[in-house]
Design a protein around this ligand. Structure first.
Ligand code: SAM
Length: 233
């Protein structure tokens, strides 16, 4: 259980694994990917795709965000939180990795809007975070089971009347194959699997919870494929 939302028993275990992964194993790689540092050609395609995804999600929010409260759920190194704050939003930026949150706060120092961001280490679904006008979860649900992505998306939409903007890894034949292949290897150093999600099933499950889809767009850039969905109540 996270707050009043019924997650599967796997949510807490997966969140702990992601905390370990992003806080330790992948911390430096993630810091590099989200900076101007030189990265491999493969990662450059991911960085380009992620830049497009961030721009897309920000374009779905009102240009003038003054007076709005926005949750950046799984903020990572904080680029989206800071961009929203620069447009006037009061932002709560939360991530389960304390080191990524610390890096985000450090990077934000002196930047426009930085004073309007509250950086927090913790679970994006914690009821202690309060209510919001908008919630954004960019690529922060992609490692959870589909049932938890559905429940987390619903929970975020319920507490953000302006809409929850979430992304998921769409269940394309290639991603399904990679996911199946990943299961053939023993668990070790490899990163947590990205779990493919069928878009229509997700929308149907959200509809069953009284939520409706808004804008809907997929971004493909080399090794990066992610699908953005606006979830409205
Ligand atoms: C792929 S990264 C994306 C980070 C950021 N949204 C971005 O797009 O740059 C996923 C992030 O979600 C965070 N995360 C995963 N589950 C979380 C949870 N339950 N609560 C808070 N953060 C979480 C991870 O620690 C990681 O920083």
């Amino acid at each position: 259980m996270s707050g009043s939302v019924a997650m599967t028993p796997g949510w807490d275990a997966r969140r702990s694994a992601l905390e370990a992964y992003f806080d330790r194993t992948a911390h430096d790689a993630w810091a590099a990917l989200t900076s101007d540092a030189k990265v491999s050609r493969v990662r450059a395609t991911v960085r380009a795709g992620r830049d497009r995804m961030r721009a897309l999600l920000l374009s779905w929010l009102p240009m003038d965000l003054r007076g709005s409260r926005l949750l950046d759920a799984g903020c990572g190194t904080g680029a989206l939180a800071l961009a929203a704050a620069a447009r006037g939003a009061d932002v709560v930026a939360v991530d389960v990795s304390p080191r990524l949150v610390a890096l985000a706060a450090e990077r934000a120092e002196g930047q426009p809007g930085a004073a309007r961001v509250r950086w927090l280490a913790g679970d994006m679904l914690s009821p202690d975070l309060g209510g919001f006008d908008f919630a954004v979860a960019m690529d922060s649900l992609i490692h959870y089971a589909p049932a938890d992505i559905e429940a987390a998306s619903a929970a975020l939409a319920q507490r953000a009347p302006g809409g929850a903007l979430i992304t998921f890894a769409p269940a394309t034949p290639l991603l399904r194959t990679m996911h199946a292949a990943g299961k053939l290897f023993p668990r070790g150093d490899r990163s947590p699997a990205i779990v493919p999600v069928a878009r229509d099933r997700l929308v149907a499950r959200l509809a069953a919870a009284g939520l409706r889809p808004g804008r809907d767009e997929r971004i493909v850039s080399g090794f990066y494929t992610s699908h953005a969905l606006e979830v409205l109540r």
